[in-house]
Write a protein that binds this ligand. Structure first.
Ligand code: GUN
Ligand code: ZN
Length: 431
């Protein structure tokens, strides 16, 4: 099926931090989709002649759907848990909540809520941690597959330092991951991420078997956590006394490379930064979580200067918003505290093409380039009275994008398309 989706289109083809010629914007633009992919993008005047059915989103912006590179699916009911930093927060709130995913029917129900929330916030692809129970990953993949949404997900492997109800064993973790990879990796738009939760919750035996999984499935992503919190780092190093530093643990078991996503990566040693750069490993910045859990201030500029490309993500439920706009808002503020400036063009690039590149998926998602999947977000810069009032004084696209970034959230998402299909029950715009 072919259709024309009309609005103000914006897509990045390069990183605005590196070049001025980084994006294409059509004030009266259109995207033509054909069987779930983008066939063309350009001026409406040039594309209208095809005589296709039209959906009119003027005056809203049409961008590639947002990509969230680090989120915890079983933490939808953990968000906003009071008063703790990482290790206490995990023990007090998070592990007990994740143990509920052992219950029959819980994971499928939460998977529907989770995907509805992502779509309501304009996120079309996420890299998700599931619980230790294989049925949590099964539920998420099935629900995403039914919606044709590209998910990258994995069940966490964890065999120590947590309650019984959220532990596996090295063999069980390996076998369950292997079975999920066989069933889901490459099925439709689903991809598997091999997921050792973090070094604290895996024995050396489990890390060894994780390395084996990675060798056996080199095209799977790997996701874990690194150097989020000072107490976490001290505990980790006490558990792996031979490691030169935290990253060295993951390196020892053969996990580093451009497939790995290292959540947080805040308190890094010089050697760790050098090895990240040499191996092409990717840190992931989780601003709302880093503020909420009091973890620290991510150094995007410092890592970039070393040639390291970072993802940006919500980290629900340490994070406090599903919105990539709100994530960019808090990211802007953290970088302010670091003396760094996140320009709005760089921000929207990051949440779309930038994250797609970190995942090695730029040909499929993250831009409006012909051939890409038609995963789109339609953004309303005047969604609230306060935004509409502020917009009266905006004269440039950059100003508008910044207002959306700082003041916007799910109320600004007028529609989200997955593979060309509108996913939200929202009325079309009235031009
Ligand atoms: N480190 C290990 N597990 C987690 C988690 O669930 N959330 C965060 N923020 N950090 C972690
Ligand atoms: Zn996390």
């Amino acid at each position: 099926m072919r259709q024309l989706i009309r609005g103000r289109t914006l897509s990045f083809h390069a990183d605005p931090v590196e070049t001025e010629d980084a994006f294409t914007y059509h004030e009266d633009g259109a995207v033509i989709t054909h069987d779930g992919r983008i066939e063309a993008v350009g001026d409406y005047a040039a594309l209208r002649g095809l005589g296709l059915p039209e959906i009119d989103h003027r005056p809203h912006l049409i961008l590639p759907g947002f990509i969230d590179t680090h989120i915890h699916f079983p933490q939808v009911q953990v968000v906003a848990s009071w008063g703790a930093q990482l290790l206490d927060w995990l023990n007090t709130y998070t592990f007990p909540e994740e143990s509920r995913f052992a219950q029959q029917g819980h994971a499928p129900q939460m998977a529907e809520h989770f995907l509805n929330l992502l779509l309501a916030h304009g996120t079309t692809t996420a890299v998700a941690f599931c619980s230790v129970h294989p049925q949590s990953a099964e539920a998420l993949f099935s629900a995403a597959d039914r919606r044709n949404m590209a998910m990258i997900a994995g069940k966490v492997m964890m065999d120590r330092n947590a309650p019984e109800g959220v532990l596996d064993t090295p063999q069980q973790g390996y076998d369950d991951s292997k079975a999920l990879i066989a069933k889901w990796h490459g099925t439709g738009r689903q991809r598997y991420a091999i997921t050792p939760r973090f070094a604290i919750t895996s024995t050396p035996e489990q890390m060894e078997m994780t390395g084996q999984l990675v060798r056996e499935h080199p095209d799977c992503h790997i996701q874990t956590h690194l150097s989020e919190n000072r107490d976490e780092i001290a505990f980790t190093l006490s558990l792996y006394p031979k490691a030169r530093d935290y990253l060295d643990i993951y390196e020892t078991y053969g996990l580093l490379g451009d497939k790995i996503l290292l959540g947080h990566s805040i308190h890094l040693e010089e050697r760790e930064i050098a090895r990240m750069a040499e191996t092409g490993s990717h840190p992931v910045f989780c601003p709302t979580s880093n503020l909420f859990l009091g973890s620290g201030l991510f150094d995007e500029g410092g890592l970039r200067a070393r040639g390291i490309s970072s993802g940006i993500a919500t980290d629900i439920g340490g994070g406090t918003s599903y919105s990539m706009l709100q994530t960019l808002n808090e990211g802007y503020k953290i970088l302010q505290l670091r003396g760094q400036k996140l320009h709005p063009f760089a921000a929207y690039h990051w949440a779309t093409r930038g994250n797609a590149r970190v995942l090695g998926m730029e040909a499929e998602i993250g831009t409006l380039a012909p051939g890409s999947m038609a995963d789109l977000v339609v953004l309303d810069s005047r969604a609230t009275p306060a935004m509409a009032l502020r917009m009266e004084r905006a004269t440039t696209l950059a100003e508008e994008l910044f207002i959306l970034q700082i003041m916007g959230d799910d109320r600004s998402v007028a529609q989200t398309y997955v593979a060309g299909q509108p996913m939200l029950d929202r009325p079309p715009a009235t031009p």
